[in-house]
Design a protein around this ligand. Sequence first.
Ligand SMILES: Cc1cc2nc3c(=O)[nH]c(=O)nc-3n(C[C@H](O)[C@H](O)[C@H](O)COP(=O)(O)O)c2cc1C
Length: 205
Amino acid sequence: MNFYREKRMAKKPASTEVAIHELIAGRWSPRAYSSEPVSRDQLRAVLEAARWAPSSYNAQPWRFVVFDRSVDEVAFKKAFATLVPFNQGWNAPAPVLIAVTAHTLTSKGDVNRCALYDAGAAAMSLVLQAHALGLAAHQMSGFDVNAFRTTFELPKDVEPIAMISLGHYGDVDKLDPVLREREKAPRQRVALAEIAYGGGWKKAF
Ligand SMILES: Cc1cc2nc3c(=O)[nH]c(=O)nc-3n(C[C@H](O)[C@H](O)[C@H](O)COP(=O)(O)O)c2cc1C
């Protein structure tokens, strides 16, 4: 079973300019899922990882809404329906969707300028923990934010930011040909020199 799982876990390590930790280099955004459920323990572990993210004033503005097909199929289908058609296509077998949301106001009612930043940090912890567990996780902005807000009756100050699909790696060859090619293509990033400046805007690091 372990061997089978290893075999299924497609790997696309980053070709880094400098050596970095495997957990970071090895995480990627797969689109080939199997329909095997994610265990409750695994779900609790990825949420726990998110919980320990840092945040401005330790405000912890993130809130995650978990849609587990094997626990509440009706709710799962409602969340799934908010995905854009492209994302619905490759997510058809995915067993879990997690909505990443954040309280955008502080307890005093002021705008929390860092709420989305903090929620993004928590989401990154979540997907890294998923990778550490051998699970596939894929973040998505392609969903109908207003439909999600209405369907799940979110409070006014809560912003739905992203959806994360979570599951076990599936068969890449079952994807349509275009996505299959993308799934196998190397991961790309702009050069380190383009994202890091030293001592001033656009000054070489
Ligand atoms: C906030 C966010 C939104 C994204 N939205 C989508 C999406 O709607 N659909 C999709 O297929 N991929 C989506 N992605 C995945 C990105 O395309 C992917 O992270 C990027 O191409 C880099 O690939 P990698 O994660 O494998 O390194 C999203 C990623 C992030 C972080």
